[in-house]
Design a protein around this ligand. Structure first.
Ligand SMILES: Cc1ncc(COP(=O)(O)O)c(C=O)c1O
Length: 421
């Protein structure tokens, strides 16, 4: 593996792309990354992901492929599968989904016919696009019925309401999991609602599967869930991909839904990177990392509250925080994202439950602590970050003040190296 030679080839032969990559490298080093769905992957993952496996076609599954020359790809995919099963106490794992969206699509196609119903989280309350947003193809093919969170009750989900909705709409899948929800889930409630109507239980743990792996959050399989999906590039710190874990009885349906149902050749370079990341998540240090991410999120939430920010659930059980910037500082989420970008703190605009404002000018922002924790930041650093954020938002019209914070943030970031750079 000659990475130095490869880098030289790119530098000499395509300087435009090379320089843009260097620019991104610099941006990632200099600022505080708080987008909760991002992370810094491991140098080992870069090595696997950038390897010659990119060259290989491997349609099929280990031991039953449609192309020759699979001695090594079979080893790699089998290791990834075994590590995934061990990490999540799952009976079966499919590591081929090209990313999170096709991963969820494959599960829907495995169990549903067009027009069938899925009970899933309301999108403004935290559900993901692939949980049936009307603009997504899935939202057009299947019938998504929504449950909401209770903003007045710290964002908890009403168990009785889940059962009522299940009885009324008879979903084939009861789906939990979220992209913007700072609480843990009570999997027993979802299982009970699904059992009422014989539905499949599915958890999209994309955002927090790393904390399940690290023993810091509950595992849906401990509550009898049928299927868990997860992206591999968020809390797991792997390359961009997806995985479907399930009970053995669903293995055939899931595998057929991924290939040949939805995809062709798996990205073997990504699967090698996933195997490496799963190996790292099996090490005891990963449990410390998972716990620290959650501690940091609590510390950041408290620092924001102390500095006048209104949080949507008044706190967090996971790595994520949703802040209502309109109620806090009369500034919408889009403006807040831009102001924070000016001080080298990266967050994303976010709709809040039943948001009166449109998605491109929503009422809040979403942030989280996986990246900052990967760089070695701890609770005391979260206090600083919370104060910088609130100060910037309160004084967003004062450009001099913002550039002063930016300098402080950049100097602070120098103490925390980015893995792999
Ligand atoms: C809960 C959840 N599911 C699925 C996805 C889709 O993943 P991808 O962007 O890899 O398609 C995301 C992405 O943010 C997510 O948060």
């Amino acid at each position: 593996m000659d990475f130095i030679k490869n880098e030289k080839a790119l530098r000499e032969n395509d300087p435009e792309i090379y320089n843009a990559i260097l620019g991104e490298e610099n941006r990632e080093k200099k600022g505080i990354e708080l987008i909760p769905s991002e992370n810094y992957t491991y140098p080992e993952v870069f090595a696997a992901n950038g390897s010659i496996l990119t060259n290989k076609y491997s349609e099929g599954y280990p031991g039953r492929r449609y192309y020759g020359g699979q001695q090594f790809t079979d080893i790699i995919e089998s290791i990834a599968i075994e590590r995934a099963k061990k990490l999540f106490r799952a009976e079966h794992a499919n590591v081929q989904p090209l990313s999170g969206s096709p991963m969820n699509q494959a599960v829907y196609f495995a169990f549903l016919k067009p027009g069938d119903t899925v009970l899933s989280m309301d999108l403004s309350h935290g559900g993901h696009l692939t949980h049936g947003h009307p603009v997504s193809h899935m939202g057009k093919i299947f019938n998504f019925v929504r449950y909401k969170t209770q903003p007045d009750n710290e964002g908890k989900i009403d168990a009785q309401e889940l059962i009522r909705l299940a009885r009324e709409y008879k979903p084939k899948i009861v789906l939990c999991g979220y992209t913007s929800y700072p609480r843990d889930l009570n999997y027993e409630d979802f299982k009970k609602a699904a059992d009422e109507v014989g539905a499949i239980t599915m958890c999209d743990a994309s955002h927090y599967s790393g904390w399940i792996a690290g023993g810091a959050m509950n595992n849906p399989f401990d509550y009898g869930f049928d299927v868990m999906t997860t992206t591999t590039h968020k809390s797991l710190r792997g390359p961009r991909g997806g995985m479907i874990l399930c009970k053995a009885q669903h293995a055939k349906k899931i595998d057929n839904a991924v290939f040949p149902g939805l995809q062709g050749g798996p990205h073997m370079h990504t699967i090698a990177g996933i195997a490496v990341a799963l190996g790292k998540a099996l090490e005891p240090e990963f449990q410390d990392y998972a716990r620290q991410v959650l501690k940091n999120a609590k510390a950041l939430a408290q620092a924001l509250i102390d500095n006048g920010m209104k949080l949507v659930t008044n706190g967090t059980d996971n790595h994520m925080i949703v802040a209502d910037t309109v109620a806090s500082f009369h500034i919408n989420g889009t403006e807040a994202e831009i102001v924070l970008d000016k001080v080298a703190i990266t967050t994303n605009k976010q709709i809040i439950p039943d948001d009166p404002n449109p998605p491109m000018k929503p009422s809040g922002i979403r942030l989280g602590t996986p990246c900052a924790t990967t760089r070695g930041m701890k609770e005391e650093h979260m206090q600083k970050i919370g104060k910088w954020m609130a100060d910037a938002l309160k004084n967003h019209q004062d450009e001099n003040f913002l550039s002063q914070i930016k300098q402080e943030v950049e100097a602070f970031c120098e103490q925390f190296p980015v893995p792999g750079l």
